[in-house]
Design a binder for this molecule. Structure first.
Ligand code: AFP
Length: 322
């Protein structure tokens, strides 16, 4: 088995990006260590603080964010960072070639129940005509990402990554502290019998989404003429990883719970990196109206509807919405 850095060199990834990814993976190993020790490391539970999203921050959210922030800002290749846990952009080395956005710990509500959680990251080239701390640095469509990935803290610690040449999985060999390639050029099956959505929001969806889900639930006696299974991890990293492993469709559609916030998932550090990974594995990733990677961002923490996974099933779902 080859390790992550041998793989990146095999893919002719430039040295500065490889060095940046070494920083990201070093931070993820630190986070994995704390996650694995949970209560024994005294990192469970919530703080008294709220982030810009209005969410109560878990201790591990804050610790993970600080670990990534400290290590990334010490890397000469990092011009700026953006984080779910930071109100705005934090400047690094103005001469750095890259900017990086991340959700330091996605699935925070799973921390205290020992559920799946993960770190999601998205890397772009820095825009030299802009100041390092200018939020416009991050107003690049997802197609401009040079790298995207997540680290899933589960029974094993996995890194799933793409630099635009396929999507690949690496498993952390904790004894050696190295990520070894355990799956190369993943291909998501185009069809599926498995969907992921938070069904408790059903009354808030638009009618077309309700019709689509109703037909899935109707099974073989309904219009789809086949039975479907449902899974919901309540952590995007866990649900997307299942889709990458065995196909499926993951949806967090817009809803009318809060007119000021019609969608939940964040474009910059959830939807865009996952969309790049899914498309590089042969899947599709759309909001309800357009390809996610084509969306022109307008705000750092903007939210979008997400429908991603097995290409044919995503297309079927979009057919109900059109
Ligand atoms: P937390 O990080 O606050 O747990 O939210 C996770 C998340 O952003 C995403 O990872 C999940 O897919 C989604 O929210 C779960 O949302 P619900 O809790 O509304 O199902």
């Amino acid at each position: 088995m080859i390790n992550l850095f041998q793989h990146l060199r095999e893919q002719a990834v430039a040295a500065p990006l490889i060095e940046l990814l070494e920083v990201v993976t070093n931070a993820s190993k630190e986070i994995a260590f704390r996650v694995r020790h949970g209560a024994l490391a005294g990192v469970l539970g919530s703080t008294q603080d709220e982030n810009i999203q209005g969410e109560t921050q878990k201790q591990l959210d804050v610790i993970s964010n600080q670990l990534l922030k400290d290590l990334l800002l010490a890397c000469p290749h990092v011009c700026a960072i953006a984080s779910e846990e930071e109100d705005t952009v934090v400047a690094g080395n103005s001469a750095g070639e890259f900017i990086i956005a991340f959700d330091p710990l996605d699935g925070s509500s799973n921390i205290d129940i020992n559920g799946q959680i993960g770190t999601i990251f998205s890397i772009y080239r820095a825009q030299k005509n802009l100041a390092a701390n200018d939020e416009a640095q991050f107003r690049q469509p997802g197609t401009q990402q040079v790298c995207a990935g997540y680290v899933l803290y589960g029974p094993s610690t996995l890194l799933v990554i793409t630099t635009g040449k396929g999507t690949h999985t690496f498993t952390l060999d904790a004894t050696q502290g190295t990520f070894l390639r355990t799956a190369k050029d993943i291909q998501i099956p185009p069809d599926t019998k498995e969907f992921a959505i938070n069904m408790s929001n059903q009354r808030f969806w638009n009618q077309s989404m309700r019709n689509y889900i109703s037909d899935l639930v109707a099974g073989e006696s309904g219009p789809r003429a086949k039975n479907f299974n449902m899974r919901w991890n309540a952590a995007m990293v866990g649900d997307v990883h299942r889709v990458i492993c065995r196909g499926g469709i993951f949806m967090y559609p817009s809803d009318n719970r809060n007119p000021k916030q019609p969608a939940k998932l964040r474009l910059l550090y959830e939807a865009n990196p996952m969309a790049m990974l899914i498309e590089n594995a042969g899947g599709k990733a759309w909001s309800e109206s357009q390809r996610i990677l084509d969306i022109q961002p307008s705000a750092l923490h903007e939210r979008v509807a997400v429908i991603l996974g097995s290409a044919n099933e995503v297309e079927t779902c979009l057919g109900y919405l059109r």
